[in-house]
Design a protein around this ligand. Structure first.
Ligand code: FES
Ligand code: FES
Length: 150
């Protein structure tokens, strides 16, 4: 069936079964491949996008449940988000695979708490797994982007 989705400020029409995970609609229907597939079972965070500003796991979000909610993907940060600048400065990525999900979780955190504490960061980022172990650089970049000493 045809569904209208609001993605990164634009309305797009997609043909998809309502049970299809949002992740596959983004990647396969819309060729927005910045959002990654890791585990498929809401355990790794690689597929994180925002729904009305809240981080969600798109691998476990049926596209039919999205409705008129505003979807923001890594492409919606435009490469110009303060976090993305801090990511470059701190040379955060190693293999890079987890990083768009990490950035989306971090962006939702800073939108809710512009000056997060270490505990806030640990809590917000705990669902994003990095097999390369870039956690220290991720935290440092979040601190830097929030204007706090890393
Ligand atoms: S792919 Fe969605 S949480 Fe791992
Ligand atoms: S940078 Fe390789 S999985 Fe995180």
């Amino acid at each position: 069936m045809s569904l209208a989705l609001n993605i990164n400020g634009r309305t797009v029409s997609v043909a998809a079964d309502p049970d299809t995970p949002l992740l596959w609609v983004l990647r396969d229907e819309l060729t927005m491949t910045g959002t990654k597939y890791g585990c498929g079972i809401a355990q790794c965070g690689a597929c994180t996008v925002h729904l009305d500003g809240q981080p969600v796991r798109s691998c476990q979000t049926p596209v039919g449940s999205v409705g008129a909610s505003k979807i923001t993907t890594i492409e919606g940060l435009n490469g110009a988000h303060p976090l993305q600048e801090a990511w470059v400065k701190h040379d955060v990525p190693q293999c890079g695979y987890c990083q768009s999900g990490q950035l989306m979780s971090a962006a939702a955190l800073l939108a809710a708490k512009p000056k997060p504490t270490d505990d806030d960061i640990d809590q917000a980022m705990s669902g994003n797994i990095c097999r390369c172990g870039a956690y220290q650089r991720i935290r440092a970049a979040i601190k830097d982007a929030s204007g706090q000493a890393a």
